[in-house]
Design a protein around this ligand. Structure first.
Ligand SMILES: Cc1cc2nc3c(=O)[nH]c(=O)nc-3n(C[C@H](O)[C@H](O)[C@H](O)COP(=O)(O)OP(=O)(O)OC[C@H]3O[C@@H](n4cnc5c(N)ncnc54)[C@H](O)[C@@H]3O)c2cc1C
Length: 498
């Protein structure tokens, strides 16, 4: 699977930072990690800290998958609002997911400080309402987050105009966010782990594996055998090929970066990332050398050639959209690219074992818009699962949540919510519950009703075509792990320096 088109800025800026050797003999280890992206690096770090003998294999070069294409906004704010997660899985779980991502940012900062020189910076985040209709939803979101102790401020139209110079009905301003060079960070972390004894092999592809109650035997495409106590599949979007049932939809996301912009012109964008409530959303953030990195315009394209062909056009659309907000900025794209991006139904990742492969095989699927914060949160979870310890995120990030049907979530939530109101005497908690009931739920219900009516009006045969799509995609999916060639050339076809 080609994971990106054009010239991802990070790969151009840093080049190939180091060639690790390919695996040329049979080996044994405690944990084999498949994948050489940011998720694998973060998991390897946790496991090495636990004293495990770790082997990492990557089919291409380290960091050359989606991690090289990532725009790397580090946010605790999940693409799915806390209010929506609360409606689906209960308020406690929603807060748990947000809290885990919030804790991931200082963790990433700590690691960035340790490996040094990876363009990490703490930032603010401005999440603005794309339309007046979204303002109510954002208000409910703001109040629920505030209630649970997240450092957020609500900005009204006048304040947004005064501080940022564009118009929106309302915005949520958060203190906690960050940015990083994801490619450089992956390399530097893995290089440091190699010095600590982690064995890293690139140009080594997992061809097959068999798991039993005692461990895993993996075979590489070059015929080497790796015997491991545990296998972690941190293979990014390719990891889905190891499952018979589909757990996420692959999408394409587009980005471009400008040349360095004068600090005075960049103004508050130098330390504030900006994104919006529409889906797919437009987002932007600065880099350490004063460039503006802009992304969005996601679509359902999962075919590399079609994605390649869209890079320039999408960069043009993104540029126009940002120019409407910040007409004074020089927004000529210096590099433009696109990457594969997967979305789960609820915006949460999957970390943990799947019944299809048993407890010795852990999946690390950091899917969703803030995949990197999910990776940092999930890395600790995977390490604990391997140690057979409990972890508060184990259930929420597990595949078990696929079993629950949507109406069950709603029913369960309403029941839990009533129980909670009846039993909980804490004033603060009651205020949160009140906020949720009075603002978030009606907003969600109104939104769901409108969406359903609009969908019925626009696509009367939508149900039928979705079923056809599902059948078609099931037929296209390979029954066995697909063979992927090590080939950099298709990733670097279009876009690039203008
Ligand atoms: C355009 C774009 C913008 C994004 N923006 C953000 C953002 O702003 N913030 C954020 O948090 N996240 C963002 N993401 C998501 C984030 O980049 C991903 O969640 C993250 O990079 C995933 O890292 P990974 O290590 O799981 O996957 P990858 O980086 O794809 O690494 C997986 C690796 O596994 C290897 N592999 C696969 N199969 C095998 C095999 N059989 N044998 C050996 N190796 C194998 C692949 O070659 C690949 O290198 C963005 C993604 C894209 C594409």
């Amino acid at each position: 699977m080609d994971l990106k088109s054009g010239y991802p800025f990070w790969a151009v800026k840093n080049g190939l930072m180091k060639a690790f050797p390919p695996l040329t003999s049979d080996i044994r280890c405690d944990v084999l990690i498949v994948g050489g992206g940011i998720t694998a690096a973060l998991i390897a770090q946790e496991l090495a800290d636990d004293g495990q003998a770790v082997v990492v294999i990557e089919q291409r070069d380290i960091g050359w998958g989606s991690s090289a294409a990532s725009t790397a906004l580090l946010q605790y704010e999940i693409d799915t609002h806390m209010t929506e997660l609360a409606a689906r899985y209960g308020e406690d779980n929603a807060v748990l997911a947000y809290r885990a991502c919030a804790d991931a940012i200082p963790r990433l900062q700590e690691l960035a400080t340790m490996v040094r020189d990876v363009d990490f910076a703490a930032m603010h985040s401005l999440y603005f309402a794309s339309s007046l209709f979204h303002a109510g939803r954002l208000k409910a979101e703001y109040e629920l987050r505030l209630c649970h102790g997240f450092a957020v401020r609500r900005l009204a139209r006048g304040e947004i105009r005064e501080q940022y110079g564009f118009s929106s009905a309302m915005a949520i301003f958060s203190d906690l966010a960050g940015r990083i060079d994801p490619y450089r960070f992956t390399y530097r972390l893995l290089m440091q782990l190699q010095k600590r004894g982690v064995s890293i092999f690139d140009r080594t592809r997992l061809a097959s594996f068999a798991s039993s109650s005692r461990g895993v035997v993996a075979r590489t495409a070059d015929g080497m055998t790796i015997k491991a106590g545990h296998l972690v599949l941190a293979a990014g979007y390719a990891a889905q090929q190891y499952l018979d049932t589909r757990v996420a939809r692959n999408r394409s996301s587009y980005a471009f970066i400008t040349d360095p912009i004068d600090a005075a012109a960049l103004g508050p964008l130098a330390n504030t990332m900006v994104w919006e409530s529409a889906r797919p959303y437009l987002y932007m953030r600065s880099t350490g050398d004063g460039r503006l990195l802009i992304g969005g315009e996601d679509n359902d394209i999962d075919i590399a050639l079609r994605r390649d062909a869209s890079v320039d056009r999408k960069a043009g659309i993104l540029r126009k959209r940002v120019a409407r907000l910040f007409p004074h900025l020089p927004l000529q794209p210096a590099f433009a690219w696109a990457g594969t991006f997967a979305e789960t139904d609820d915006g949460l990742p999957f970390f943990g074992p799947h019944p299809q492969h048993g407890p010795r095989v852990q999946f690390a699927m950091a899917y969703g818009g803030n995949g990197i914060t999910f990776s940092a949160a999930g890395a600790g979870l995977i390490a604990r699962l391997i140690r057979r310890d409990q972890h508060p995120l184990a259930a929420l990030f597990s595949f078990d949540r696929l079993k629950q049907k949507k109406h069950q979530h709603q029913h369960q939530h309403q029941h839990q919510h009533q129980e909670f109101l009846d039993e909980n005497l804490s004033l603060r908690r009651l205020r949160c519950a009140g906020v949720f009931r009075e603002r978030a739920l009606p907003e969600l219900q109104r939104g769901a009703g409108l969406r359903a009516r609009r969908a019925r009006y626009l696509h009367p045969a939508a149900g039928r075509s979705r079923a056809m799509d599902q059948r078609r995609s099931a037929a296209q999916r390979p029954a066995v792990p697909a063979v992927q060639e090590r080939d950099r050339s298709p990733d670097l076809q279009l876009g690039g320096r203008r």
